[in-house]
Design a protein around this ligand. Structure first.
Ligand code: NAP
Length: 295
């Protein structure tokens, strides 16, 4: 069996096109313009790229965008003061503080200071709790993107055996939670694996849908999956550099051996990655609609 490629870039482009229409209608009918602010502390090159992409995508879609580039020695009090100002700013519907923050800053305190209504990353405990009880305002972006990849590829989630490898707060736990809800695009039987799991292959071989977010290349190989599995590879690992200085990336799944047995699989890059920023835009539009009483 040669696997169908789940092309995240194409699905993300389709969602952005839908959003563009929705944003135009919000403006013309309701005079509502969604606003997103990004806050970057320090000059980490990867974070600068991510923030730049978020700003560019916002502008392309017609989202009002602001960007704060703060020096690496910004104090906790200064950052909290800025968040307080943004919490009160009616032009801003979504506040995104780019992680990781420099070591001297208390990340949790910063994230919890964001008004949950403007927490478009979905990391605030209020939003985590709402997701858990099946009444989400915002789903965290990468897991929401994974769910959309499955839905829009026509994968049957209802009743499926889903196995998630990884239990981080940003990928593993939330995607498991989203897919087990008694809701459309969910209702799966979910197993979560981690480094304490005794026999990883026992679980991965049972999966109809296998989601791998371990942060380690080749965590799952072809002998660990069954024929016909759908595989979502969340991993992004730099495994080398090309001669002309470009990063060579690989996922957490051994693509070559797994694709021989899978029905469908996400490539890395071009699978989950492009969905994450797009779902941030989805959340920002939702935040604007919630603020305007339009949902
Ligand atoms: P993380 O915080 O490092 O968590 C990794 C999880 O995998 C942990 O729960 C760990 O278990 C588990 N794990 C590691 N090795 C394992 C093994 N051999 N068997 C079973 N479980 C194992 O990583 P993360 O933040 O969730 O990210 C995961 C991957 O996704 C990374 O490659 C990251 O770069 C990528 N990512 C991509 C996007 C995107 O937009 N494409 C977004 C976020 C993350 P323990 O809990 O026991 O340590």
């Amino acid at each position: 069996m040669t696997a169908q490629l789940i092309k995240g870039a194409e699905i993300a482009a389709q969602i952005r096109e839908e959003l563009k229409q929705e944003i135009a209608t919000l403006k013309s009918k309701h005079n509502v313009v969604p606003g997103l602010v990004t806050v970057l502390v320090g000059a980490d090159p990867a974070s600068q790229v991510y923030v730049g992409q978020k700003e560019k995508t916002s502008k392309e879609l017609g989202i009002y965008s602001e960007r704060y580039d703060l020096p690496a020695n910004t104090t906790q009090a200064e950052l909290l003061k800025l968040i307080d100002k943004l919490n009160k700013d009616p032009k801003i519907n979504g506040i995104l503080v780019q992680l990781p923050l420099p070591k001297h800053l208390k990340e949790a305190e910063v994230l919890y200071a964001i008004n949950p209504k403007k927490d478009v990353d979905g990391f605030h405990p209020v939003n985590v709790g709402k997701m858990m009880i099946g009444e989400p305002d915002y789903l965290p972006c990468t897991p929401a993107g994974i769910q959309q990849l499955l839905i829009r590829t026509g994968v049957k989630i209802d009743g499926a055996e889903v196995v998630v490898v990884g239990r981080s707060n940003i990928v593993g736990k939330p995607i498991a939670n989203i897919l087990l809800q008694k809701a459309p695009g969910a209702n799966a039987t979910v197993t979560i694996c981690h480094t304490g799991t005794r026999d990883l292959a026992f679980h991965t071989r049972r999966a109809d849908i296998l989601i791998v977010a371990s942060g380690k290349p080749k965590t799952v190989t072809g002998d660990m999956v069954k024929e016909g599995v759908v595989v979502i590879d969340v991993g992004v690992n730099q495994i080398g550099m090309t001669k002309d200085g470009k990063r060579i990336l690989a996922g957490d799944v051994d693509f070559e051996s797994v694709k021989e047995k899978a029905k469908a699989i996400t490539p890395v890059p071009g699978g989950v990655g492009p969905m994450t920023i797009t779902m941030l835009m989805v959340n920002t539009v939702r935040a604007a609609k919630l603020a305007a009483g339009l949902t």
